[in-house]
Ligand binder design. Sequence first.
Ligand SMILES: Cc1cc2nc3c(=O)[nH]c(=O)nc-3n(C[C@H](O)[C@H](O)[C@H](O)COP(=O)(O)OP(=O)(O)OC[C@H]3O[C@@H](n4cnc5c(N)ncnc54)[C@H](O)[C@@H]3O)c2cc1C
Length: 401
Amino acid sequence: MLVVDSKACTGCKLCEKNCPFSAMIVVEGTAKALENCTLCGACMNVCSEHAIQIERAQASPEELARYSGVFIWAECEEHGDRLVPKKVVLELLHEGRRLAEQLGEQVKVLVLTDGRPVDLDPLFAHGADGVIRYENKLLDRYSTDAYTTVVSGIIAAKKPSVFLLGATPDGRDLAPRVAARLKLGLTADCTMLEINEDRQLVQTRPAFGGNIMASILTPFSRPQMATVRPNVFQVGDAAPGRTGEVEDFEVTLNKGAVRTRLLEVEAVVEEAVESIENARVIVAAGQGCQALENLSLIRELAEELGGSMAGSRPIVEAGWIPHTIQVGQSGTTVSPDLYIAVGISGAVQHVVGMSGSRTIVAINNDPEAPIFKVADIGIVGDAMEILPVLIREIREAKAAA
Ligand SMILES: Cc1cc2nc3c(=O)[nH]c(=O)nc-3n(C[C@H](O)[C@H](O)[C@H](O)COP(=O)(O)OP(=O)(O)OC[C@H]3O[C@@H](n4cnc5c(N)ncnc54)[C@H](O)[C@@H]3O)c2cc1C
């Protein structure tokens, strides 16, 4: 229920102008919600007098059952003059499709654009039944206010049972804002999603420093919201030619709802480091590499294999490599074809970020190191002796080929 404090309300009409659904009016100097109010919270957000409150009672099982559909936010990246869904969206679609089939519901994707064309074919090919599209010039770059207003509006109006977002920098910004605006729960960085016998989404993620896996339920509100890091799920097989409906959604988004302006983009000047998120080969260094100068061998091996260098958290903390290439729970999750762990013990917080790799090779001088439990190939010995031999062998094999 939307409650207006008539004493605090000044009748300024900011809520009226910024309601995405034209559901607020000011009558005799006081704001009033109309019947088509979705409780999306946009008015509450713009009210500088804090005169609007939304009270949400705990939903009954009957109310919860009215929510239907697995929705996914299609975060896009620029490809020339087009927008293309990020890989994590396709990963979420594969997982979302599986959940939707268990629920007997549809998978829909939220596509926001400033007017540039968006490649919708991959969304349908990877499992979307429908696309809900919204276009507005104010969406030319990600902004918390604009995206929260539009996404909250769509979610409040469409009432999905599940809403998934990629745990990218923008996804991590957007998800909690939408959850707070709609007073929903949110589980961040899930590593597993399942539907239980009560048709609830079981959201599993590491907790207490990765020492336990917590299974989280959202029994009293809908949608059940979760973020998942890139590379946690696999991209499924595409079904080219598969199509679905595209619905153009109508909501009002005014400049007044967007409180921040991007004035300038300034590039950070630092040593160019390749992103590890989509690397096919990764050679990762751990504390067992012992000294900064030994990382040249890691870099050399990565280069020979056409891959990228990465590392564990202690060597980031030592300042040997930037955090952008840290693998693990508080770094990046990767799933390359080949992951070579050099002098890495295999702590759970590291393993959670690389166990999806297709082939794992571990080099460690301790035969009992936990990394060998997840490795496909284990080499026991001093990494600084093994790496030069490995590099030489690879060079010779390449020359012979
Ligand atoms: C909340 C939280 C989040 C965390 N997030 C992350 C994260 O995102 N990523 C991450 O990596 N860690 C993370 N950690 C830290 C994690 O718990 C471990 O401390 C860390 O992964 C250990 O790094 P390491 O394997 O490089 O070092 P160590 O555990 O010190 O292991 C070094 C290994 O090198 C081997 N070794 C030593 N010398 C040689 C040699 N000459 N040749 C071959 N092998 C050798 C040793 O046998 C040992 O197994 C997190 C911890 C917490 C509490």
